[in-house]
Ligand binder design. Structure first.
Ligand SMILES: [Zn+2]
Length: 283
């Protein structure tokens, strides 16, 4: 499909360029008296200056009574073609073109259809956060402004997700999804460890262990220590500086110099503290 369109325009493309594609997907009613509608998939090019105003239809669905019943059925031919050209590129007249989808544009009903989630006006319909709507003045209103944001991690939310989205089958999306899942898993295991540690250890031991997990893999200069960690290390250092040096070889700890800096930021003067005097005067 694309090959046929691009061949006459190939002079506008540089060799080896990554063409950024923009898609618009929407339902268009054909008449006000029937439910007959068109669902076109329109393509445009984001980074080809000579073709900025060109729009080409790459897919079209017509339903006499309703929109496509499944977003998979509707999008699958499109996804298959995209997977093919994104993975392999196209060669036209000895020019190699690579492709990337940079945006999919649609209105709220089309968006929820493509993502396979509840409608934008459902109780759990917000795409951005997990707010629960309130029906107010014949409208769905989302009143909670601080609800946690939606992520792939709360994909179990059956009030929002109907099923997987066909867009997840695009090659870039899969990579992205995998990366996000990996990050989520890392955060989960860290949280789990932290939780288990703090239950079974003294506060100091937990602080020390967390410090080892958090900083050990970083380069020397990239290590950052919290004030609590510095105070704990300082108490070790003051007990026995030589032993602290030995511990520093075995574990990740702030350098004696960092500890000196903590001390120098505390002002120590001679005399009686004015706070103590104040208390004494009251007695
Ligand atoms: Zn929201």
């Amino acid at each position: 499909m694309l090959l046929k369109f691009l061949t006459p325009h190939i002079e506008h493309f540089e060799n080896n360029v990554t063409v950024q594609l923009s898609f618009n997907i929407d339902g268009v009613p054909l008449s006000s008296s029937s439910k007959s509608s068109f669902w076109p998939i329109l393509l445009s090019f984001v980074n080809v200056p000579n073709l900025l105003k060109t729009v080409i239809p790459v897919g079209l669905y017509h339903g006499k009574f309703k929109k496509p019943s499944s977003s998979f059925e509707f999008l699958n031919p499109f996804i298959t073609e995209m997977n093919e050209i994104i993975s392999n590129g196209l060669e036209i007249n000895e020019k190699i073109l690579k492709f990337k989808i940079s945006q999919v544009i649609c209105d709220a009903p089309a968006k929820s259809f493509l993502l396979n989630v509840k409608n934008h006006n459902a109780y759990h319909g917000c795409n951005s956060c997990i707010v629960e709507g309130t029906y107010f003045n014949h409208r769905m209103s989302f009143l909670d402004m601080d609800a946690p944001l939606r992520t792939d991690r709360n994909k179990q939310d059956e009030y929002y997700y109907k099923d997987n989205s066909p867009l997840e089958d695009l090659p870039g999306a899969k990579k992205q999804l995998f990366k996000q899942q990996l990050k989520a898993a890392e955060r989960m295991s860290e949280k789990y460890l932290n939780h288990n540690f703090s239950e079974k250890m003294t506060a100091a031991a937990s602080l020390f262990t967390k410090l080892q997990l958090k900083e050990t893999k970083k380069k020397n200069k990239g290590r950052r220590f919290t004030l609590d960690e510095k105070i704990m290390s300082l108490s070790l250092y003051k007990r026995n500086p030589k032993c602290y040096c030995l511990l520093s070889i075995m574990f990740t700890l702030p350098s004696p110099r960092t500890l000196q800096n903590v001390l120098s930021s505390v002002s120590i003067t001679t005399g009686v503290s004015p706070i103590v005097m104040k208390v004494l005067r009251k007695i």
